[in-house]
Design a protein around this ligand. Structure first.
Ligand code: GLC
Ligand code: CA
Length: 542
């Protein structure tokens, strides 16, 4: 196939911006939209990504830092104005980058006008826009569903003496997507942003919009010790009924038609946050006729043990299950997940970069990972994330600390005094930052730049086939990427020690990238040395 059959969301690399922590432009210690605009040149020219995805910037009481939206069609003053957003879109497009925004379909904020109306009386026209239930006859909760963030998923509301459902915080009431008026209102929101020029949407907890019509109890995981899980019973259930109901597919088909109706001038895109690890079920969100989401986010690599067989197993099983014509994707980090350097160990960060950017499918890269940022250990009193405050150990602040731009006192993130930053800076920001790493040939940033540049010019990396290689040392993961006219070998060694691979059937090749710097030129594949945690991309001669 030739390039023109692939779209930007297939050939490109997506970069996730967490607006609160990317760049503060007005000195209040919190990142904002003008800040992102100021940093576009970094993303385009220094780093070399193709599209940005913005976590929520909508008006919000910030109970869940923007994932509790009180107005879907505006910008929170903390982040700027709609005019700032328009300028960001314009500047993004001027650089030939795409912009994807977060859409939060499962819940609003309890401060959203829709919920305020809904809760006001039993016969309010918007009553049914949310999920309200009376207690059972014996006075107990409507069912056994749990909040992902701890505690029951039902909150008593004394105004009308009923419970409302919240799959996350009680400040995030769940929307009733079975109500056609709600669906129409939500699709109007989508149109609003498409008209403003956005190229796509990331759908927050997408499959949660499908809930069992009878709200049946979830079964408990057989044999689970409830006492052990008493602080987080959510983890003790099989989530058969509180999310993933087939009704979601119906909504996604309509949603896709809406996106497609805007795609003639340029393709629009959607990716759903769908934590499902049964491949068949997961793949169903592409739609039977590829008529639902462009892709469900693939989190399988992110949760797999950092070990060559497990990682290969994820990739091979994805390749095996993908519906014909569906496009794969990979992600290793995001604003909900500990940093790569802390999860895999610093010695593996370079290998992780090489893996993510050479697999077949769209990579999504989380801000700061290109510097090898580590988790920041934040004392409980300074933590902000409600998840971690409710269920200690589950906090996500550690990966949401300010981006590290330079070695000045606030890392170039803000002009506010350091104690005013919304979250503390990492202790190592004077060494680990964009400015320092831009000048270091052996920095993690330099490696990301190199890999991103290679991906831009390599047909094999952009859309070539994936073919794993068997009979390699157990510490290695080796695969080919094959496009017409280009054959690449990717080889990764996960061990601490050197291994020697005999790949003589592949002949010889030229080194394109190594996680180590001291290597270049011709490589004889009957004797390929890989040092501890080294990964290479080699262009094969035949
Ligand atoms: C998603 C978001 C997370 C948020 C949750 C509730 O998992 O990524 O940050 O807290 O949904 O909206
Ligand atoms: Ca600000």
């Amino acid at each position: 196939m030739t390039k023109h059959t692939y779209h930007w969301w297939q050939t490109g690399v997506i970069y996730q911006v967490y607006p609160r922590s990317f760049q503060d432009s007005n000195g209040d210690g919190i990142g904002d939209l003008p800040g992102i605009t100021q940093r576009l040149d970094y993303l385009k020219d220094t780093l070399g990504i193709d599209a940005i995805w913005l976590s929520p910037f909508y008006p919000s009481p910030m109970a869940d830092f923007g994932y509790d939206v009180s107005d879907y069609c505006n910008v929170d003053p903390m982040f700027g104005t709609l005019a700032d957003f328009d300028l960001l879109v314009k500047e993004t497009h001027r650089r030939n980058l795409r912009i994807i925004i977060d859409f939060v379909p499962n819940h609003t904020s309890d401060q959203h006008a829709w919920f305020q109306e809904s809760r006001s009386s039993l016969d309010n026209p918007k009553r049914d826009w949310f999920v309200w239930r009376s207690p059972k006859a014996d006075g107990s909760l409507p069912n056994n569903w749990q909040s992902h963030f701890g505690g029951s998923a039902w909150e008593w509301d004394s105004v009308t003496s009923q419970y409302y459902l919240h799959s996350f915080l009680k400040e995030q009431p769940d929307i009733n997507w079975r109500n056609p008026m709600v669906k129409a209102a939500m699709f109007a929101v989508i149109r609003f942003w498409l008209e403003r020029g956005v190229d796509g949407f990331r759908l927050d907890v997408a499959h949660y919009i499908g809930k069992d019509i009878d709200l049946r109890d979830n079964p408990w995981i057989p044999g689970i010790n409830l006492e052990e899980h008493k602080d987080h019973l959510y983890m003790a259930q099989n989530h058969l009924y509180d999310k993933g109901d087939p009704y979601a597919h119906e909504v996604f088909r309509e949603f896709r038609q809406l996106l497609d109706s805007y795609s003639s001038e340029r393709p629009r895109y959607s990716v759903g946050e769908i934590h499902i690890f049964d491949w068949k079920h997961w793949a169903s969100y592409y739609g039977e006729n590829l008529d639902e989401l462009h892709m469900p986010f693939n989190f399988a690599l992110m949760v797999a043990p950092w070990q060559p067989q497990s990682l290969r197993q994820v990739v091979d099983s994805l390749e095996a299950v993908l519906p014909t014509g569906a496009w794969p994707n990979y992600v290793l980090g995001n604003h909900d997940t500990p940093r790569l350097a802390s999860r895999y160990g610093k010695e593996n960060v370079r290998l992780a970069a090489l893996l993510l950017l050479t697999l077949r499918g769209t990579p999504t890269l989380y801000q700061g990972e290109e510097l090898g940022m580590e988790n920041v250990d934040i004392p409980y009193e300074r933590q902000k994330d409600p998840y971690g405050l409710n269920v200690p150990g589950f906090g996500r602040d550690l990966c949401r600390t300010p981006m590290q731009w330079d070695a000045t006192p606030t890392a170039g993130f803000s002009s506010a005094p350091i104690e005013k930053l919304w979250l503390p800076l990492a202790g190592d920001y004077q060494q680990v930052n964009v400015q320092v790493q831009s000048n270091q040939a052996d920095s993690i940033l330099a490696l990301y730049r190199q890999l991103l540049a290679l991906r831009k010019t390599s047909t094999a990396l952009q859309w070539g086939d994936y073919q794993p290689i068997d009979n390699v040392p157990t510490s290695c993961y080796v695969f080919l990427r094959l496009a017409e006219g280009q054959k690449l070998l990717v080889a990764l060694n996960f061990a601490d020690q050197l291994v020697v691979l005999d790949l003589s059937t592949l002949g010889s090749g030229n080194l394109l990238v190594s996680t180590e710097l001291d290597r270049q030129g011709r490589i004889d594949l009957n004797h390929l040395n890989l040092r501890g945690h080294e990964g290479v991309v080699i262009s094969l001669s035949s």
